[in-house]
Design a protein around this ligand. Structure first.
Ligand code: CO8
Length: 373
């Protein structure tokens, strides 16, 4: 069996960013209007008044200060409060594919490879642009890759699941090199009128290239020492959007086909699941957690990451050990842990061990343990 390595990473960041203050100003305008429009029903006790949001709460509860989005104007227009995305024709590249291609090209360039070296593409992300044809096949075609592709949705943990599939393909020789691509337009499935979650998500796309270590040409090589995945069913993060929505009787409310969660429960249940996974995975590889130089954790909540790192290390992590990008990007679902990896691996030295760990809806969690060459 061949030894697999991650030899390149790529990141696409949308140009527009929304600060907490801008987001909260729009949300609070909506709240004022909602309460005024429904004043009689609220006074009669038939309806509950909406409470305003605040930047202070958002930073304290999550660590998020801003998020990149594909359309700022639509999200911040109190009459719209969602991104407005021009419809593309069937012959045009979809928005998700366009973002994925940008990240993939960067990953190829950083690995010193071209599309001709790749024969397997995985689009691993939370939301696909349509039922079919597969997003991954669209990206494969746009990049001009000969071979095969498939989509994979394991919510925020998708990157780790995609990397495991890529590593296995390289180890077994069923692919020469694999692109794992994570395009996320989370802003499209977020309820921007919901105070509990309006601040949580942002948009981005990432990509990694996985290929055999012995033939890699990149200076930036991370040997994959092992991968481990876990899933456990939960309704605490759920999105009822699906192809049967139009057929359902009665029809669902508009806000029942968007992201929703029991954030507190998620926090409490996912922290032990992820810490146990990491401790068991490192143990199986005979790696002492405190010898791990860096943890690239899923970027959903700062407190959650600190809890996980504390459980695994038995002490508080330093900022350098568990880098944070969610302050600038918010939760970009499957892209989050890869953004942290992409931005914070240059200073790692030969022999340093790093762990990429992604987790989210399902519940689902995955870890990739790697060593810099
Ligand atoms: N402003 C001011 N106050 C607020 C706000 C707000 N915006 N929101 C809530 N509050 C108030 C509440 O009313 C509550 O008040 P009280 O104490 O009087 O009842 C108080 O603040 C505390 O509320 P919470 O208990 O909700 O606050 P938490 O401290 O638990 O923080 C979080 C909420 C930030 C949501 C936190 O629980 C969290 O981050 N949990 C983990 C979430 C997580 O990791 N989720 C994973 C989701 S990712 C995934 O897998 C989805 C994939 C799909 C992606 C694409 C979709 C778009």
């Amino acid at each position: 069996m061949k030894t697999a390595a991650i030899t390149g990473t790529g990141l696409f960041t949308p140009q527009q960013s929304i600060s907490n203050d801008e987001l909260v100003a729009c949300f609070n305008r909506y709240v004022e209007r909602f309460n005024a429009d429904n004043a009689t029903a609220i006074a009669a006790g038939e309806m509950t008044a909406m409470a305003p949001s605040s930047s202070e709460f958002i930073v304290k509860a999550s660590g998020i200060k801003a998020r990149y989005v594909v359309d700022k104007a639509g999200v911040l227009d109190v009459d719209i409060m969602r991104p407005r995305i021009p419809m593309r024709g069937n012959d045009e590249l979809s928005l998700l594919a366009e973002m994925g291609v940008a990240a993939a090209n960067q990953a190829l360039a950083s690995a010193g490879r071209t599309a001709a070296d790749v024969d397997f593409v995985i689009a691993a992300c939370s939301n696909m642009p349509r039922g079919y044809p597969a997003l991954s096949v669209e990206i494969q075609n746009a990049l001009g890759i000969q071979g095969f592709a498939y989509d994979m949705n394991v919510a925020c943990a998708s990157a780790a699941f995609g990397i495991q599939a890529a590593v296995n393909a390289v180890r077994l020789g069923t692919a020469r090199a694999v692109l794992v691509i994570n395009p996320e337009v989370c802003s499209g499935h977020l309820n921007w009128r919901n105070r509990d979650c309006h601040f949580i998500f942002g948009d981005a796309a990432t990509a990694v290239l996985v290929e055999p270590l012995d033939s890699a040409v990149s200076d930036d090589r991370f040997e994959v020492l092992g991968t481990r995945l876990a899933t456990q069913f939960s309704n605490n993060i759920r999105n009822n959007f699906g192809f049967l929505n139009e057929c359902e009787v009665p029809q669902r409310r508009w806000d029942d086909v968007l992201f929703r969660q029991e954030g507190r429960k998620v926090f409490k249940e996912v922290v032990p699941m992820v810490s146990e996974l990491l401790i068991a995975h490192l143990g199986a590889l005979a790696i002492e957690p405190n010898s791990v130089r860096r943890f690239f954790l899923h970027q959903a909540n700062l407190g959650m990451n600190e809890f996980i790192a504390r459980k695994v290390l038995g002490r508080d992590p330093s900022a350098e050990e568990a880098p944070v990008i969610l302050d600038e990007y918010a939760n970009t679902s499957s892209a989050g842990s890869v953004i942290a990896f992409h931005k914070y691996h240059d200073d790692l030295r030969s022999g340093d061990v790093a762990v990429l760990c992604a987790f989210g809806a399902g519940y689902s969690a995955g870890s990739v343990v790697m060593r810099r060459i």
